[in-house]
Each structure stands twice: as structure tokens, then as C-alpha cells.
Design a protein around this ligand. Structure first.
Ligand code: 4NP
Length: 159
């Protein structure tokens, strides 16, 4: 079993979307029983809350139900629990790396859009203070990235 963690700031907008989208991709690839997906926020701002209504609505418009997810804060134990940790933006990336205890922890962390555009450190823009279109833009980016991640997971972990 391989474990993947999606990380943003609040764990109510981007990372729950990424979690839901990757789950859908895993089903499409027939590898949903081989991978565990979770998400977390670097902050504690929204711990225990459902995803943002706009995220839930956007996901549902694409056939992805994220309404049962609950926000939690990233913790150092997540380095032991997860094999791949995907950060949505450079700030999340820096905050997660600051908690890394060693090189092994650090190697698990990657900017999620680097799976599409290696080495560019592009961020998934924070849609929290914008309108619905921002959430759709995020969905489109994450959909592409999660396709690549699902393919990588299948090739690397499922024979
Ligand atoms: P997320 O979006 O990191 O994608 O979940 C945000 C959620 C909440 C806040 C900022 C971004 N906030 O400032 O409360």
C-alpha cells in the first residue's frame, strides 16, 4: 500500500479537491485498493470543518463528492505515515519542509504542479478570496496533475 498526502494552507479549498480528484483517477486506473489518499493543511485555521462550499460545489460539478472530508493540520508524524507529500504552493512547501527531520522526510515532499512542469515550482493559486472561476481553474490544474500522479503510482507500485 502506498500513501499520498495533499497539503495546502487551510485544508478546505485546494487539498480536499486534490484528494477527491486523485481518488477518482485511482478508480479510473483500477488502483483504488492500492493507494491511500489523504489531505491536510499547514495551518490550524479550519480544523474539523468541511471543505469550503465552493470547493464542494465545484467538485460535485465534476462528479467528485468531497462533502464528507474534514480539515486537519499537517503534523510531523505525517512524514512517517505517507510516501508522497504534494504541496499546493511554495508557502505550503516551505512550511512542510521546515518540519522535516531528515533528508528522507524532505525527499517525500514535492510541489504538485512539478509533476506536470518539472523544476518550475509553480503554485496552485489560492482560490479562497476569489470567486467560483478560481475554483474551476484549480480543478483543471489538479485534474491534470492527478492524472500524472495516478499513472506514476500505477507504474511504480502496482505490477
Ligand atoms: P486552502 O485555501 O489553503 O486551499 O484550503 C485557504 C483556506 C483558508 C484560508 C486561506 C486559504 N484562510 O486564510 O483562512
Amino acid at each position: 500500500m502506498v500513501k499520498v498526502l495533499m497539503v495546502c494552507l487551510g485544508n478546505i479549498c485546494r487539498s480536499p479537491l486534490a484528494e477527491g480528484i486523485l481518488r477518482k483517477k485511482l478508480e479510473e486506473h483500477g488502483i483504488e485498493d492500492n493507494v491511500i489518499v489523504d489531505s491536510a493543511g499547514t495551518s490550524n485555521y479550519h480544523v474539523g470543518e468541511c471543505p469550503d462550499t465552493r470547493s464542494m460545489r465545484n467538485a460535485l460539478s465534476h462528479g467528485v463528492d468531497i462533502s464528507r472530508l474534514k480539515a486537519r493540520q499537517f503534523s510531523v508524524d505525517d512524514f512517517d505515515e505517507f510516501d508522497h507529500i504534494y504541496a499546493m504552493d511554495t508557502s505550503n512547501y516551505g512550511n512542510v519542509l521546515m518540519l522535516a527531520r531528515n533528508e528522507r522526510d524532505k525527499r517525500k515532499v514535492q510541489m504538485i504542479l512539478d509533476v506536470l512542469y518539472p523544476g518550475t515550482n509553480m503554485s496552485v493559486p489560492d482560490p479562497y478570496f476569489g470567486g467560483e472561476q478560481g475554483f474551476e481553474n484549480v480543478y483543471v490544474m489538479l485534474d491534470k496533475a492527478c492524472d500524472v500522479i495516478a499513472t506514476m503510482l500505477k507504474e511504480r507500485y502496482v505490477v
